[in-house]
Every structure is written in structure tokens, then in C-alpha cells.
Design a binder for this molecule. Structure first.
Ligand code: ATP
Ligand code: MG
Length: 385
């Protein structure tokens, strides 16, 4: 997929920006706080309807403004679309999305219109943090492939909120549980089976790819990186509706639902030992990169075309070998790379270089002329040494 045009209005520190990026590699240099990540975040908003950072929609609107927007024209092998997203902060905060100038009723309609994979230093959290980060990783990938998965996730969450509300209400009022709970449990069971099925299918693909990619990057065929899905249903025949009914009393005490896909995890091991507890920093980094690279491979294979890639500040974190592997994997994909420092120039690779700078708190992006001072595409081995 290729982004032909980006327009931002009152988005974070961008008052107005129009950009026609290169179909290959786009490099963004700029000082800390200039607006590089903000630009990648805007692309993420147009793909998934939300930021890749854990932030509220309202924060993406330029401070003091009533609304902010991001627009993208994207071209796929078989498609061409215009995506517009508009955010309004305030008490009646609103988020509206238009695809090809038609307002969408459900966020699910935008899934897959612009597919992307983002690499950032926070990827290490995939190894170090709790299951929520890894569920988000699975959800981001699968939602871009399967709209029915995204819908099931949304509907599951809604039904669970209703079930939890009934339980909390019953506990507070010291009343018997509202019999309506049965309906919400039935809805949860229906959507959970879709979530469980899709997660199993795609985590199996992740597992196959990760093992191979990890060995390629580490150069140690003896190091076995394994990922396995840890689902609430041990078996596809498990009856989640029944499990929920049986755990009602316990859930009543806790005031929340204790089992279900909202508790699932992706277990990560190195040589059959917990990655989080036993792996070195470098091994964790390789594992995180392998997970993201397998996401890129799977999206490309399943969808028949490469997603757009966003590399936020990751190049400086990677050593030569990891960089080379990542860049090989990128291949022909349209890529947006941010750097906070200068690099060397490699004119061999088709690319465009931009400088991002901020004046009076407002960001601007200026295309650099090709030349020795213009920044780099770090693709050739000698450039890293
Ligand atoms: N809603 C907003 N309104 C105005 N400015 C904002 C808003 N949100 C963030 N900013 C500004 O955006 C800047 C941060 O931008 P960004 O995170 O893109 O920087 P960066 O270029 O990626 O920096 P680094 O190299 O440190 O990662 C900060 O100066 C911040 O004050
Ligand atoms: Mg940044």
C-alpha cells in the first residue's frame, strides 16, 4: 500500500500540513519534540482510528482548538481510498471518520483500508510488560485482516461491560443477580468464539514466523524463541457461556468478569524458559523485533500486498545486524522513518528526506534537497560502521 497524500489540520503541533510522500522510503529528521512522532501517529489514526500511544483522542487536537483532523489518500494493489478523521475535544468529545467522503457508521468500516505496522522503542514492552500489551499486539494485527474480528472485539467488550454492571449493581444493592445477565453472557460467548478462533489461527502463524526470524537475526540456530497462545478456552469445545454462569458467584465478589478473551496472553519463551524472567536485554530486543517482523510478513502474505511501515526512532536502538535484517524485510514497502540525529547519505535507495522543525510551538516539515547534507537512508552496510 502507498500513501500518496497526507493533510493535517490542527493536529497536535501541526497547524496545517500537506505532504506527498515518496512511495519508497521517507526519512524525517528533527530535534526532540519537533513533531516527528506526531506525524506517524496521525497516519496510525487514519489506519486504526486511534493513536499507537496510550492517549486520549482529545490530546491529539492542537491545544486551544475546537477540532483537529487528519486525511490520507491511500492506494493499494486493487484499491484507492480517501480517509478523513476528525476529532473534537471537550465535554462532548467526538470522533468521526469518512471513507471516500462518506461518513462511516462504525469504526470497523475503516479496518483494512490502510494497513500498517509500527516499530517503536516501546516494542520492548511486548516482552517486559503484562498480557494487555500482547493482546493489543494481536488485536491490532488481526483487526487489520478481519473486520469480523474487530466487530467481535467491540461487541464482546460491550456485553462484558453490561455483565459487570449487573454484578456490581447486585453487590451494591444486595439484590439477587438480574436474570438479564444470561443474555449478556450468551452475547459474550458468541463473540468470544470468534475472537478465540481468529487468535489461535494468527498466533500459530506468528509462532512459525517468529522462530525463524529470531534465528536469522540472532545468528544462533540453537536459540529457540517460541510463542504460544494462552487462551481462556483450553479446547474449542469448551462452553464459555457455561463457564461464565459457573463463575457468577466469584465474579460477583470481585465485581468483574474473571475469565475470557480479555485475559488471554501470548506466552513467550526462549529455550523453553520464560523470556521475561530469563532473557538478556539483547535477546528481548531481538524477540520484540521478531514479533513485529512476523506481523509484517503475515499482513503481507494474507493481504497480498505490503502494509505501510512506520519506524519511530528505532534505527538508533538497533545494532548493525538487526538493522540489516529489518531493512531487508522492509523490501519495497512504503516506509516512514524518524531519526532525532543526523545520519550518512546513501543515494542508492529511492527515498525522500524531510526536516521536521518547530517554530513558536508549531511544527513544519520541509523537504531537503538531495545532497551530502540531506540525511541518510541507512541501507548499505558500510554506512553503519
Ligand atoms: N495537542 C497538542 N497541541 C499542541 N502541541 C502538542 C500537542 N500534543 C503534543 N504537542 C507537542 O508536540 C511535541 C512532541 O511531538 P513529537 O512527540 O512528535 O516529537 P518528536 O519529534 O517525535 O520528538 P522525539 O525526537 O523526542 O521523539 C511537543 O513539543 C508537544 O508539546
Ligand atoms: Mg518521537
Amino acid at each position: 500500500m502507498v500513501i500518496d497524500r497526507i493533510e493535517l489540520n490542527h493536529y497536535r503541533n501541526y497547524e496545517h500540513l500537506e505532504l506527498e510522500p515518496h512511495p519508497g522510503i521517507n526519512l524525517f529528521f528533527g530535534q526532540n519534540g519537533s513533531g516527528k512522532t506526531n506525524l506517524l501517529e496521525a497516519i496510525h489514526y487514519c489506519a486504526l482510528g486511534k493513536s499507537h500511544r496510550l492517549t486520549q483522542d482529545a490530546h491529539a487536537v492542537m491545544a486551544g482548538e475546537k477540532a483537529g483532523s487528519a486525511s490520507i489518500s491511500v492506494r493499494g494493489k486493487w484499491t484507492r481510498n480517501q480517509i478523513d478523521i476528525r476529532l473534537q475535544p471537550g465535554e462532548q468529545a467526538m470522533k468521526s471518520v469518512w471513507i471516500d467522503h462518506k461518513k462511516v457508521k462504525k469504526l470497523s468500516e475503516m479496518m483494512g483500508v490502510l494497513r500498517l505496522v509500527i516499530f517503536s522503542p516501546e516494542d520492548l514492552d511486548l516482552i517486559k510488560e503484562g498480557p494487555a500489551v500482547r493482546r493489543r499486539f494481536m488485536d491490532m494485527m488481526i483487526s487489520q485482516i478481519s473486520r469480523s474480528y474487530f466487530i467481535a472485539l467491540q461487541q464482546y467488550r460491550l456485553a462484558m461491560e453490561q455483565r459487570n454492571a449487573i454484578l456490581r449493581n447486585s453487590r451494591l444493592q444486595m439484590l439477587p443477580i438480574d436474570p438479564m445477565i444470561v443474555d449478556f453472557e450468551a452475547a459474550m460467548a458468541e463473540h468470544a468464539s470468534v475472537i478465540d478462533r481468529e487468535r489461535r489461527k494468527y498466533t500459530e502463524m506468528i509462532s512459525d514466523n517468529c522462530r525463524e526470524i529470531y534465528q536469522e537475526i540472532s545468528g544462533h540456530p540453537g536459540e529457540l524463541f517460541q510463542t504460544s497462545y494462552y487462551g481462556f478456552m483450553r479446547d474449542a469445545k469448551d462452553d464459555y457461556g457455561k463457564m461464565l454462569a459457573e463463575s457468577r458467584e466469584e465474579d460477583l465478589r470481585q465485581g468483574l468478569t474473571g475469565i475470557g478473551p480479555h485475559r488471554d496472553d501470548l506466552h513467550l519463551t526462549l529455550n523453553r524458559k520464560s523470556m521475561k524472567l530469563f532473557a538478556s536485554q539483547g535477546q528481548m530486543r531481538t524477540a520484540a523485533l521478531s514479533l513485529k517482523m512476523s506481523q509484517l510478513r503475515i499482513l503481507t502474505r494474507v493481504c497480498g500486498e505490503s502494509p505501510v511501515l512506520l519506524l519511530d526512532d528505532v534505527m538508533s536502538e538497533l545494532d548493525l545486524n538487526r538493522r540489516m535484517n529489518l531493512l531487508r524485510e522492509i523490501g519495497e514497502a512504503q516506509t516512514f522513518i524518524t531519526f532525532s540525529d543526523e545520519g550518512d547519505v546513501d543515494q542508492a535507495q529511492p527515498h525522500r528526506t524531510y526536516r521536521v522543525f518547530s517554530e513558536d510551538g508549531k511544527a513544519a516539515v520541509k523537504e531537503q534537497k538531495a545532497g551530502p547534507e540531506s540525511g541518510a537512508v541507512p541501507l548499505r552496510e558500510p554506512d553503519f560502521t
